[in-house]
Design a binder for this molecule. Structure first.
Ligand SMILES: Cc1cn([C@H]2C[C@H](O)[C@@H](COP(=O)(O)OP(=O)(O)O[C@H]3O[C@@H](C)C(=O)[C@@H](O)[C@H]3O)O2)c(=O)[nH]c1=O
Length: 164
């Protein structure tokens, strides 16, 4: 099986991170955009659940880190999000690397964030923003009976993972 089609997937400075441009199909009725296709995503990262969240202007979510879970975010608008990524995987060839990128209504992208990559995003636009996430693990496990796989670095005032 062919996994990722490089034509449609952009690499990152951080190993295993993938950026996938989202294409809007506009017509007289409005628009349509594909959020994910499993032919573009490594099977290890195929989503098993999805949620959408709204974030107010100036507000951030994260930095968070997962032990086992990969996230698959879609920044399709409204608004613009500044995304922060830090590779905290000691065995990664890009351990210690940081990437910051602005995506959203003017630059719609999906993003795969593997376990062990610390991530955060901030709404740097002037309107309420939406983010879709298709995670490859169930939040809190089957029927929400397990602990949540999440390290919430924002609770640590001295965290090295700082947003600007
Ligand atoms: C993530 C999630 C939250 N919730 C609930 C828990 C809580 O009551 C409410 C808000 O959740 P949180 O405070 O965890 O939301 P948030 O701080 O936005 O958490 C998310 O942040 C981004 C940056 C990520 O990396 C995601 O993986 C996730 O950690 O929604 C679910 O029911 N299912 C879910 O999948």
């Amino acid at each position: 099986m062919n996994v990722a089609v490089p034509k449609f997937v952009e690499p990152s400075a951080i190993h295993d991170i993938k950026w996938i441009p989202l294409k809007f199909f506009n017509d007289a009725r409005g628009w349509l955009v594909e959020l994910f296709r499993n032919d573009l995503i490594d099977p290890n990262f195929h989503p098993v659940m999805a949620y959408i969240s709204q974030t107010k202007p100036g507000v951030s979510r994260g930095p968070h880190e997962h032990i086992d879970q990969a996230d698959y975010f879609c920044f399709f608008g409204p608004s613009t999000f500044r995304v922060y990524l830090w590779d905290a995987r000691e065995k990664s060839p890009t351990f210690g690397k940081k990437e910051v990128r602005e995506v959203g209504e003017n630059s719609p992208y999906a993003l795969i964030v593997p376990a062990g990559v610390v991530h955060a995003y901030k709404n740097v636009g002037d309107k309420d923003g939406l983010v879709f996430n298709g995670a490859n693990r169930l939040y809190a496990g089957w029927l929400k009976q397990d602990p949540v796989d999440e390290i919430r670095h924002e609770k640590d005032a001295n965290t090295p993972y700082q947003l600007d």
